[in-house]
Design a protein around this ligand. Structure first.
Ligand code: IPE
Ligand code: IPE
Ligand code: MG
Length: 247
């Protein structure tokens, strides 16, 4: 059993989750997709609490992708409103629990009131040292990489960086998760087995776990099952099993 990249209590340091299946959860109950998204917000709250209790250091949640802008405008509007309401409702409690909130994604496409609330929440919680909760909204892995390339190109044209200085560490620092260790455990609910343009760079060596549970049904017990599965794997990072066992 590999304990590499786990914290003292043996849980992964960084968990990244694609929260999928809200629409199907609603359809199975004869409800509108919006009801599924509301139930999804409740599940998110529980999982964040569970991560705080389990002393997970980083939790990165995929809430809305670059591609989700293609959804019907009524669904997009409802999601934006749900994000705003959830943030307004939860930020004080998150702050009390020492959670540090960070948002990642293209904010230029988001409604002004949501961006204001995101900025305020980040500022309020910036000094906290508990769970770092990264929420990806209007986020795409390709957008992130292009954004990083653009900022490095800007530094080169300003004369503060030379092309030869651009290495993997430098590039990683320019990404949205710059300074955050790569995810150890990637979870996707909803049964689909794909990344859907989530953290393309950062997932290079994550352990993947796919759950058939729809996101509104994913609870602390389901999270523990994912963590147990993660802990049963040997992470080799290119080396042989013998090398890893020899430490
Ligand atoms: C995930 O659930 C939430 C978002 C992408 C915003 P979906 O809305 O994709 O649910 P399904 O996949 O249709 O069931
Ligand atoms: C991925 O879910 C994005 C989020 C969970 C926010 P989707 O439901 O949008 O993914 P695809 O389109 O089925 O791959
Ligand atoms: Mg989906």
């Amino acid at each position: 059993m590999s304990r590499e990249n786990t914290n003292e209590s043996g849980v992964p340091a960084h968990v990244a989750i694609v929260m999928d299946g809200n629409g199907r959860w609603a359809r199975a109950r004869g409800k509108a997709r919006n009801a599924g998204h509301r139930a999804g917000v409740r599940a998110t709250r529980q999982i964040v609490e569970a991560c705080v209790e389990r002393d997970i250091r980083y939790l990165t949640l995929f809430a809305f992708s670059s591609e989700n802008w293609k959804r019907p405008p009524t669904e997009v509007r409802l999601l934006m409103r749900l994000f705003l309401e959830a943030l307004q409702r939860e930020v004080a409690e998150l702050h009390k629990n020492d959670v540090r909130l960070r948002f990642m994604g293209d904010r230029s496409l988001l409604p002004d009131d949501l961006v204001r609330q995101m900025n305020d929440s980040e500022q309020l919680t910036s000094g906290n040292s508990g769970l770092q909760l990264n929420v990806a909204v209007s986020y795409g892995g390709r957008w992130d990489i292009v954004n990083a390339a653009r900022s490095l190109a800007g530094a080169v044209s300003d004369g503060t960086l030379t092309p030869a200085e651009i290495d993997e560490d430098q590039f990683a620092r320019a990404l949205s998760l710059g300074g955050v260790p790569d995810p150890d455990l990637f979870i996707r609910t909803g049964g689909e087995k794909r990344i859907s343009n989530f953290l393309l760079w950062n997932l290079a060596y994550a352990e993947f776990y796919f759950s058939n549970a729809l996101w509104p049904d994913f609870d602390a017990q389901a999270l523990d099952e994912a963590i147990d599965d993660y802990l049963s794997r040997q992470r080799r990072f290119g080396r042989t099993a013998e090398q890893v066992n020899a430490g």
